[in-house]
Ligand binder design. Structure first.
Ligand code: ZN
Length: 575
C-alpha cells in the first residue's frame, strides 16, 4: 500500500502525491512509400453529410459487383491526430510532411475512411470494407491555419472523411480570431462531407480526476453546444488526455453518445467488429521522433504502413451469408513488453521536467499486458494500462506480494506515476477492473527492505535469493495492489463491506472486506502469474509477511479458512 508505512521502506525519495493524470498523445509517421507501379486506384468513399450511413449498402464500392467474394474488416485502426505540427515531446511529434505521407499512403493503398455513423455500425457488427480506417483529430488548440492550409486540403484531395473531436470552449463564434477554428468553418467543412464534429468535452478536464457529476456536466453540455451550433448531434466522444475509467465510460454512455475513444486501452490497438467495449475504444498514435522516423514511437519498430497493414490483415471473406454475426469476443494478442525498451523509454521520461509532459509520455509507453490471452478472455473487463516508470531492471518473480491501497484508485495511480515514487505491477479495483502499470519482467517498487535485510522481518520469504544472499523482494516478486480501505477505526458511518476479525490479529477488529468481483479478478490474475512463472501458493503472500505492515489485512484469507464474521473458505487452494 502506498501509505506512510511503505514510505519508510521505499527505495527512493518520493515527491508530492497529487493524482494528476493526463495524456494528450500523438505519435508519428510513416512509412515506406509504395512504388509507383503498385499504385491501385484509391477506393473513394465520400460520405454524404446528411445521409444516415449505417446502411452497409453505402459502403459497397459503386463499381460493378466483383465475381470474387467480398472481404470485410474484422478489426480496424482509429488514428489519433491533433494537428500536423504537433510537438508534444521529442518522441511524440508530427510534421506536416509525415502527415501528408501517411494520408497519401492510405489513399494509394485503397483505404476507405469511415464516418462516425459507419464506425458505430461496425461496432454493432455491420460489415465494412476490409481496408477501412477512421481518421480522428482532437481539436483543443488554436491551430486554425494548420487545419485550413494542410489538413482540410489533404482530406479534399483524397476524398477522405475525418472525425473532428472539438473542445467546445476552444471553438470561436467569430471567425478569423487568434488562429482559432470557428463554428462557421466547421459547418462549411462538414457540409462538404469532409468532417463530422464530435465531442471532446467543454473544457478538457481529466475524467479520471473529476466527479461523475462533473463528467456529466462537461460531456452533456458539449453535446448540447455541438448540436445547437452544427445542427447535428454528435455521436462520438473522445476522452480528454485519453484518460478514462469504467465510471466515466458509463456516464458517456448514459448521456447518449454511441461510442467513446481513448488511446492505449488494449494490446492490439484496434477496434473490433461487434466490439464489446465501445466506450473505451483504442486509438493508434501515428507520432514519432525524427531520429527514428519512419518507425513510429512506442511500437516495437513498426512503421506507419506496418501498423495499419497489421490491423487491416484481420479480415474475413463473405460467403453465402454476407452479414456474418459479430465475433463479440475480443482476444487481444498478449505480448510481453520488451523490458529493455521499456527501460529506455522510461529513462527519457524520467528526465522530463514538466509534469504534464511526463504524464503524456507515460500514457504513450508501449506497455502491453503480460496476462495470457486465455485468462484475459475470462476477465469481466479488459485490462487497462496506466504505465509507471518507477521500475528497475532485473525482476525474476519467485513470488507474488499482495497489498491493499488504503486509498482510492485515482490516488494510487497518481502516486505510482509520480517520479521516484512507489509502484506495483497491477492494481485491482473493487469492481474487478485490473490495471497494469509495470511489465512483470521489471521490478516495481512495492515491497522493500530498504538498504539491508534487516529492514524486513526475519521470516520474510522473499528477502533472500535462493542461495541466502540478501535480495530486495521487489526484484523477485510481482506486486498486486487491491483497492481497499484496510482497518476501520469507526464502522458506524462506513458504507462498504465489513469483516470482523474476532482475533484482532493485527490489533484491529474491523476491516473492509473484499468484494467478490475483486476477488474473482485476483484469483484469475494470480493463477495466471503463477502458471507463467512457476510460483507455488506458499509464495503468494501479503505485504505483512515482508515487513511490519498490516496490508492486505486479515480479510484476505489467501490459503487459510477465515473465521470471524463473515467466515470464508480459502481464496486459493492447491499446491
Ligand atoms: Zn503494501
Amino acid at each position: 500500500m502506498p501509505g506512510p508505512s511503505r514510505k519508510n521502506n521505499r527505495p527512493r525519495s518520493r515527491s508530492a502525491g497529487a493524482a494528476i493524470i493526463c495524456l494528450l498523445i500523438l505519435c508519428a509517421s510513416c512509412g515506406s512509400q509504395p512504388s509507383p507501379t503498385q499504385i491501385p486506384t484509391p477506393t473513394i468513399f465520400h460520405p454524404s453529410p446528411t445521409a444516415t450511413s449505417t446502411d452497409t449498402a453505402t459502403l459497397t464500392p459503386s463499381t460493378t459487383p466483383s465475381p470474387t467474394p467480398e472481404s470485410y474488416a474484422r478489426q480496424i485502426p482509429i488514428l489519433e491526430y491533433h494537428y500536423t505540427t504537433y510537438h508534444f515531446s521529442d518522441d511524440v511529434s508530427m510534421t506536416t510532411e509525415w502527415f501528408q505521407s501517411q494520408i497519401r499512403w492510405l489513399a494509394v493503398n485503397g483505404y476507405t475512411t469511415l464516418s462516425a455513423e459507419q464506425l458505430s455500425a461496425f461496432l454493432e457488427g455491420k460489415n465494412t470494407p476490409a481496408k477501412s480506417v477512421v481518421l480522428t483529430f482532437d481539436i483543443g488548440t488554436a491551430e486554425h491555419d494548420d487545419f485550413s492550409n494542410n489538413i482540410i486540403p489533404v482530406l479534399k484531395q483524397y476524398h477522405f472523411h475525418a472525425l473532428f473531436f472539438v473542445v467546445t470552449n476552444m471553438i470561436n463564434d467569430a471567425c478569423g480570431v487568434k488562429n482559432k477554428v470557428c463554428w462557421e468553418e466547421l459547418k462549411d467543412w462538414s457540409s462538404q462531407g469532409l468532417i463530422s464534429v464530435e465531442s471532446h468535452g467543454v473544457y478538457h478536464p481529466d475524467y479520471v480526476t473529476i466527479t461523475a457529476a462533473q463528467q456529466r456536466e462537461d460531456a452533456g453540455t458539449a453535446r448540447q453546444i455541438i448540436t445547437e451550433k452544427m445542427g447535428r448531434t454528435p455521436i462520438g466522444f473522445a476522452f480528454p488526455y485519453d484518460s478514462f475509467n469504467n465510471g466515466a465510460a458509463q456516464v458517456i454512455k448514459s448521456i447518449g453518445y454511441q461510442f467513446a475513444l481513448a488511446g492505449n486501452t488494449r494490446a492490439d490497438r484496434s477496434v473490433h467488429l461487434g466490439d464489446a467495449d465501445r466506450y473505451f475504444l483504442p486509438r493508434v498514435y501515428p507520432y514519432s521522433n525524427p531520429k527514428i522516423y519512419p518507425v513510429i514511437y512506442g511500437t516495437s519498430g513498426k512503421t506507419f504502413d506496418q501498423l495499419i497493414s497489421s490491423d487491416s490483415a484481420a479480415q474475413y471473406v463473405a460467403t453465402a451469408t454476407p452479414q456474418e454475426s459479430p465475433t463479440g469476443t475480443v482476444t487481444p494478442q498478449a505480448s510481453a513488453t520488451e523490458p529493455q525498451s521499456y527501460i529506455q523509454f522510461c529513462t527519457k521520461i524520467n528526465q522530463m521536467v514538466n509534469a504534464q509532459d511526463r504524464l503524456h509520455a507515460l500514457a504513450n509507453l508501449p506497455l502491453s499486458t503480460d496476462i495470457s490471452a486465455q485468462t484475459q478472455s475470462k476477465l469481466s473487463k479488459p485490462v487497462i494500462f496506466k504505465p509507471s516508470c518507477n521500475v528497475i531492471a532485473g525482476n525474476v518473480p519467485r513470488g507474488i506480494v499482495l497489498h491493499a491501497t488504503r486509498g482510492t484508485l485515482v490516488a494510487t495511480i497518481g502516486e505510482f506515476q509520480q517520479p521516484n515514487a512507489t509502484s506495483a505491477h497491477y492494481i485491482i479495483d473493487r469492481d474487478g477492473q485490473i490495471y497494469q502499470m509495470v511489465p512483470e519482467g521489471l521490478g516495481a517498487f512495492h515491497a522493500s527492505c530498504g538498504d539491508s535485510r534487516s529492514g524486513c522481518i526475519p521470516s520474510c520469504p522473499l528477502c533472500e535469493r535462493p542461495d541466502g544472499a540478501f535480495l530486495q523482494p521487489y526484484l523477485q516478486s510481482v506486486g498486486i495492489e487491491l483497492v481497499n480501505d484496510g482497518q476501520l477505526v469507526d464502522t458506524t458511518a462506513y458504507k462498504g463491506l465489513i469483516y470482523e476479525d474476532y482475533l484482532t490479529s493485527f490489533g484491529y477488529r474491523y476491516w473492509e472486506d473484499y468484494p467478490d468481483a475483486q476477488l474473482q479478478a485476483l484469483v484469475l490474475l494470480v493463477n495466471d502469474i503463477r502458471a507463467r512463472w512457476g510460483i507455488p501458493l506458499d509464495l503468494v503472500v501479503g505485504h505483512y509477511r515482508i515487513n511490519n505492515n498490516t496490508d492486505p489485512g486479515p480479510a484476505l484469507n489467501i490459503s487459510w479458512y477465515r473465521t470471524g464474521n463473515p467466515p470464508r473458505a480459502p481464496i486459493f487452494t492447491g499446491p
